[in-house]
Design a protein around this ligand. Structure first.
Ligand code: HEC
Length: 117
């Protein structure tokens, strides 16, 4: 094989590998079982995260228009987890702030019947 071709192939390979690493930045969404979502310990951990970080934007005392009022009945656990982990426009990402357990717990809180903004 001519050297140029080998070089070309290597470059392409490196590019493809780079793209794959980039796409791999998002971790798979963890599985949310009923047992996890209903566990009062998880709900309590999530409630604390909410009070600490989420309420001042999403809560009823927040400056109007700062963040949308959450509508939990329309959400799946995966949706809330994804927003909390990676953020979206004005919503900050929390993956470097809270552990996976804490981010999962805040999902349990938001989707719990006790949730109050
Ligand atoms: C700095 C203010 C701010 C903080 C703090 C914040 N959010 Fe948000 N959040 C936003 C904004 C703004 C949006 C709307 C983003 C958009 O759709 O443009 C949003 C969107 C969301 C959504 C999607 C709402 C929907 O119906 O599309 C969820 C769920 C959410 N946030 C949960 C949380 C949780 C849980 C926390 C705490 C870990 C949190 N947010 C902390 C500002 C904030």
């Amino acid at each position: 094989m001519p050297r140029g071709l080998v070089f070309c192939a290597l470059t392409l390979f490196a590019l493809a590998a780079g793209i794959m690493v980039q796409a791999g930045e998002e971790q798979p969404i963890p599985e949310f079982t009923e047992a996890f979502l209903k566990d009062p310990r998880n709900i309590e951990v999530g409630r604390r995260v909410w009070e600490e970080q989420c309420r001042h934007c999403h809560g009823k005392d927040a400056y109007p228009g700062k963040a949308p009022k959450l509508t939990p009945h329309r959400y799946t656990p995966a949706f809330v987890y994804h927003r909390v982990t990676y953020g979206f426009r004005g919503m900050p990402p929390w993956k470097d702030v809270y552990s996976e357990e804490e981010r999962m717990a805040v999902v349990a809180w938001v989707l719990s019947p006790e949730f109050s903004p």
